[in-house]
Design a protein around this ligand. Structure first.
Ligand SMILES: *[C@@H]1O[C@H](CO)[C@@H](O)[C@H](O)[C@H]1NC(C)=O
Ligand SMILES: *[C@@H]1O[C@H](CO)[C@@H](O)[C@H](O)[C@H]1NC(C)=O
Ligand SMILES: *[C@@H]1O[C@H](CO)[C@@H](O)[C@H](O)[C@H]1NC(C)=O
Length: 505
């Protein structure tokens, strides 16, 4: 169970093993080595060929076809039945983050759990302050599905989630209230934390992360320490990667900023794991931190320990998006209907880190979509996204300011919805055959974006896919885009409160 929560958001990342061949090998050893390598390579190539030519075992053709026949009633009626009034303020772009601020408790009160943050303060330790945070419960709208069969498969798998439960009508996922903690330590000597990139519950954000090493107020002999005033600990797994930097490091940072706006935020430095190589991660560090350190020995006058923070909550997700806009001095001010771009996240142009999950007939899909966009006559333009086209984060945000919809096969490119306006249609294509992922649905919904999910037919073990009925797929996608225009924020994300009454009664 705990493991599941930990991997809730985890996407596979490439790890390139580094070998260091020694020159002292004898000829025989070398020959044996070459033979072994040749054998392994041949086996790998054979396996790969075998995988490509073996079709995924599938059920009867009839069943498979039904899976790709749209039930148009599921998504085609609502817009016709409802007479939407397009209000002026429906298009507002500012996220109203203040309503998601957690409640703060700074005193240890009787009845509180003994490990609650204020109860961890102790005259004899260097813990200066402990703040217990209570994050409000909330609910997010279920995805927009293509048909009942696809809905059933996705919904069934989502029931294993330990973070939420479905409302009785299955229209809303309810996330219960959850606690967070901030602990502030004085005069801490931190020795290098070397194992923090491992996926362990003991690391930052993991359920059993420990603050005990920050009770250390004396240097280790012979160790040299970098000296900083204020430091946020954010040693969460794979913190160097674009995705896990966004879904963990920035969460811990966002919560830490609640401590004291004078000392947190950009005035504090951040300690994380392995040095990031992603340019956008480094840019965001510049936006949110005074400095960032990786596996270093540090002396900090003040440590803000904020590793006990919820993975999924509107506050932390919106906090970082707002900060990026604010610090880049950018805003989303093009109304939805005036935005031109419909963006496709391809996995066929070498921009993605892992192979697979390509839409093998994407050319035909894009061609058809282009024709349909022309028919709509709304000046919409289809663009294929390539992160390498952008010099910096500022350029990415400016690009997304003019985007009304994003779609493509499941992949890290969807993290870009963080840099997009909240009125945005997001369509994630998952391979059929049991693939389930809820992270991008949650991310989009927490940002009040309109999310849909479509299962495309998986055709090999690399999770490559084809879209079987292109006209229906395109129709469904454009309907999602249109629905997005009419949705209000509260159609997607709401506070949830157990006790219900109406003020008029
Ligand atoms: C095919 O799918 C149907 C309906 O889901 C199921 O009842 C049946 O057992 C499946 N057949 C095979 C061979 O998997
Ligand atoms: C931010 O943008 C506004 C409007 O575009 C401009 O007037 C202002 O000078 C900018 N501020 C900074 C600090 O760049
Ligand atoms: C981002 O890149 C553009 C284009 O190279 C450049 O004009 C701009 O100054 C850069 N902005 C920042 C904040 O670095």
């Amino acid at each position: 169970m705990a493991q599941q929560a930990l991997h809730h958001y985890s996407l596979p990342i490439y790890n390139v093993p580094v070998s260091s061949p020694s020159k002292s090998y004898g000829r025989i050893k070398l020959a044996v080595l070459i033979c072994v390598v040749m054998f392994m390579l041949t086996t790998m190539i054979l396996l790969r060929i075998l995988r490509k030519i073996t079709p995924t075992p599938s059920n009867s053709t009839k069943h498979a076809d039904l899976f790709y026949e749209s039930d148009e009633f599921l998504w085609n009626t609502k817009l016709e039945e409802t007479n939407f009034e397009l209000e002026k303020d429906v298009d507002y772009q500012e996220l109203t983050i203040s309503q998601w601020m957690p409640i703060k408790i700074e005193d240890c009160q009787s009845g509180m759990y003994k490990f609650s943050a204020p109860c961890l303060q102790n005259q004899d330790s260097n813990i200066e302050k402990g703040i217990e945070l209570i994050y409000h419960s909330f609910k997010i709208k279920a995805p927009k599905f293509f048909n009942e069969k696809q809905k059933k498969i996705w919904m069934e798998q989502s029931r294993d989630s330990i973070l939420m439960k479905w409302s009785p009508d299955n229209e809303w996922a309810i996330y219960p209230s959850i606690n967070g903690q901030i602990l502030v330590f004085n005069n801490v000597y931190i020795d290098p934390i070397v194992d923090s990139d491992e996926w362990s519950e003991n690391n930052c954000v993991g359920q059993s992360n420990s603050h005990l090493k920050f009770l250390k107020t004396n240097p280790t002999p012979l160790q040299t320490y970098e000296s900083v005033d204020s430091l946020i600990i954010s040693t969460s797994p794979d913190s160097f990667s674009f995705q896990h930097f966004l879904d963990r490091v920035t969460v811990v940072w966002g919560q830490a900023t609640l401590e004291n706006s004078e000392t947190a935020g950009r005035k504090s430095s951040i300690l994380a794991g392995k040095e990031p190589t992603n340019q956008f991660v480094n840019e965001i560090y510049q936006i949110i931190a005074h400095n960032h350190f990786h596996k270093r020995a540090i002396y900090a006058k003040k440590v803000i320990y904020s590793c006990r923070s919820p993975l999924v909550h509107p506050f932390t997700t919106q906090r970082i998006s707002n900060e990026i806009l604010f610090q880049l001095n950018l805003s989303f001010d093009i109304p939805f209907k005036d935005r031109k771009k419909i963006v496709y996240f391809t996995r066929s142009n070498g921009d993605s880190q892992n192979g697979g999950r390509m839409i093998l007939n994407e050319d035909a899909v894009l061609e058809h979509l282009k024709v349909e966009l022309l028919k709509r006559n709304l000046n919409e333009e289809l663009v294929t996204f390539d992160s390498r086209d952008f010099a910096n984060l500022s350029e990415i945000v400016k690009f997304f300011a003019n985007v009304k919809a994003i779609f493509g096969p499941h992949g890290a490119a969807f993290y870009n919805s963080r840099f997009a306006p909240r009125k945005l249609a997001v369509l994630e294509i998952l391979p059929s055959g049991g693939f389930f992922y809820q992270g991008f649905w949650e991310q989009a919904s927490l940002l009040e974006q309109t999310y849909g999910v479509y299962y495309a037919q998986m055709v090999n073990f690399d999770n490559d896919m084809i879209i079987k009925n292109i006209p229906q797929f395109v129709k469904y996608f454009l309907h999602l885009v249109d629905e997005c225009q009419f949705r209000k924020p509260q159609d997607i994300l709401q506070k949830y409160y157990h006790w219900q009454f109406t003020e008029s009664s």
